[in-house]
Design a protein around this ligand. Sequence first.
Ligand SMILES: [Zn+2]
Length: 383
Amino acid sequence: MLAIGCGSKSRRYTSIDALCAADKKAGQDPPDNFGELEPPVGNKLAVHFLNVGHGNCILVECPGPTSKNSVLIDCGSGPARSLARDRAPQLRQKDTVAYIQRILTERAGETSVILTHPHMDHVSRVREVLKPDQKLGKVFLGGKRGSYSSVLAPSVAKWLSNVAADKIQDATNRTDTRQLDIACGGAKFYRLTADARGMKRTLFNRFVSYPNATSFVTLLRYGKFTAVFPGDATGSGKLPTTAKALQGLSQISPPVGGVSLMASAHHGSATHGSNNTEWTNGTRPQITVFSSSTSMGHPNCAAVKRYHKYAATRKTKGHDLTCTKGGKSWSRNYRVGMAKALYTTQDHGTIRVVTDGTTVRVGCDRHSNGTARFCGVDIPAGR
Ligand SMILES: [Zn+2]
């Protein structure tokens, strides 16, 4: 680990200095009243980004006194395990199950499921976190249903085989932008894009299917709060998923001044045009969460920098964020001081974003044990 303080003149990556804020103080944010994990009461919506290491596992608790429903957006973890250099301990599978079951059991409503694409790091824990007797809403799949095969994702293929066919919608022929049939209190989900035909050029100049480019990209809207979940969306050449998603966003009256919350695409990667400038300029997120692990070289400092431009300034002490220059598992890691609302699961643990549709607060649960502390953001939703 190479630690770079703010203002450091590292020859290796001097431009990282641009990310550094005036607030260089080390240390943790003060404790706050997030307290024990419990369902948000009344009209509040909560988004949990579980620290599953290299992977995505996002749970949305729907708002409204009468809504007990939830939405699971991916839940998986890649084969690369926690490294000592990841500062927050990753949730193992049984801990992931316990975290989610604790919420779902208490809520006792139905759970809708969005699986962005058929890669292990997005789907490997779905079957385990959803008990067989879980009441299910609709299940949405990025890519064709057949691509969720026992080869790519054995446990989720088994899980899907037990879900009633009329509950499942795959992305085949569903590339248009529209509201999704998800009951989530006063919150609404929209499909920005989902194209089952993602392609990638091979060494031999042929095009092959590339699951990241089939990512099912969604927008969540609740009052003035908006959040975008792009899966591992790509953004270049024949893989223009993010461009299609921006088109989708423009069709459903995009939030003026940018979205409130972004789940960075592809764990903060900068390959295949993920998190490109067109995307960050088009979405301008106030808060960005990188669901990532240094074990895969995520997030890329270049992607962090693009989001840094638009992120809200945190109210409390600066925190550190780890990124890599090369975006590979062997890439050198940089730890940068950060006064902006950018978070990684590998640094800050499970991230919890709570909103009543008017204001947004962020809590960091470093040990993913249900005790989130205020970590710097309490801002109006929407600029
Ligand atoms: Zn992924």
